[in-house]
Write a protein that binds this ligand. Structure first.
Ligand code: F6P
Length: 328
């Protein structure tokens, strides 16, 4: 490798996601492999400011590959949004002779990392950790695969009671402003309708589609609604509108919430995290910085943080076509 780093640090930031621990494990063990001391920073950027960090060795990340959440904790630091806060963080890194920082988080965390790198010319590299899968530059973010499997299992359970009572269920899922979770888990769970921010087909079309389902003999239905969807004000308002206009349906709402953020990471997420952690440290050793590690067509790639932050993670429109056909 071109430049021999001696000390780096790793932190997790923003909303946690299954697979973050597997990524921390990979960063730490790859550091040990290349004779680099790795500091664990606790509580995200706030931990940098407070000096809440310590060297962690290969044994320090035993038995975490299968654990959801993050042993490093995560926090949203308002102080890191200030120049004074970032200066404190920089001083703490320099005090410990730390030469580079790995940030595992979402686009908000990468924005902080990019500002920090630009202000102090301090090498940073990002690993995309969020269940939303809404980051440009990677086909998958850490936690997304686990989250959609969690949602599918939950909707399968809801379908049992929906069909027992001939009910229409509206299920709200996470994803912030993206519809990836809703679209893929909706298809996987056989939802009749999927409402996502990227495609607003309107309430009338929803009614028509549900009427068709009922006429075709469907006694119960599932509608998956992404939390960022704009068809109505919110999932409750949409459900109430449908209930008023389709009196033959008994309607219920289920908001899955933060359970989507937890759980033991899937094998896919564990493998992805392991690959990303190794690639992050090896990229730093090659002198790369101000970039995000991603996987595209199963190849590890680097994307400038600015592009990862500003870019848009497009949904696969063909999945909408699949939904329309299969919900006949
Ligand atoms: O970004 C991950 C995410 O779970 C989003 O899907 C969701 O909108 C948001 O975090 C919730 O944030 P918080 O955990 O702060 O309530």
């Amino acid at each position: 490798m071109e430049n021999q780093l001696k000390k780096i640090a790793v932190l997790t930031s923003g909303g946690d996601s299954p697979g973050m621990n597997a990524a921390v494990r990979a960063v730490v063990r790859t550091s040990v492999f290349y004779n680099i001391n790795c500091f664990a920073v606790y509580q995200g950027y706030q931990g940098l400011i407070d000096g809440n960090m310590k060297v962690i060795n290969a044994r320090g990340v035993n038995n975490i590959i299968n654990k959801g959440g993050t042993i490093l904790k995560s926090a949203r630091s308002l102080e890191f949004r200030t120049p004074e806060g970032r200066k404190k963080a920089y001083d703490n890194l320099k005090k410990n002779q730390i030469e580079a920082l790995v940030v595992i988080g979402g686009d908000g965390s990468f924005t902080g990392a990019m500002i920090f790198q630009n202000e102090f010319n301090f090498p940073v590299i990002g690993i995309p950790g969020t269940i939303d899968n809404d980051i440009y530059g990677t086909n998958y973010t850490l936690g997304y695969d686990t989250a959609i499997n969690t949602v599918v299992e939950a909707i399968d359970k809801i379908r049992d009671t929906a069909s027992s009572h001939n009910r229409l269920f509206f299920v709200e899922v996470m994803g912030r402003d993206a519809g990836h979770i809703a679209l893929n888990s909706g298809i996987g769970a056989g939802a009749e309708e999927i409402l996502i921010p990227e495609e607003n087909r309107g309430l009338e079309q929803l009614l028509e589609s549900l009427k068709r389902s009922e006429k075709s003999g469907k006694s119960s239905s599932i509608v998956v609604v992404a939390e960022g969807d704009k068809t109505g004000k919110n999932v409750f308002e949409i459900a109430s509108y449908v209930e008023k206009n389709l009196p033959y349906y008994e309607v219920r709402v289920s908001v899955l919430g933060h359970m989507q953020r937890g759980g033991s990471p899937s094998c896919f997420d564990r493998v992805l995290a392991s690959r990303m952690g190794v690639h992050a440290v090896e990229s730093l050793l090659k002198g790369e910085s101000n970039v995000m590690v991603g996987v595209n067509n199963d190849q590890m790639e680097l994307t400038p943080l600015e592009k990862a932050i500003k870019g848009k993670s497009e949904i696969n429109k063909d999945l909408l076509r699949v939904t329309d056909i299969l919900s006949i």
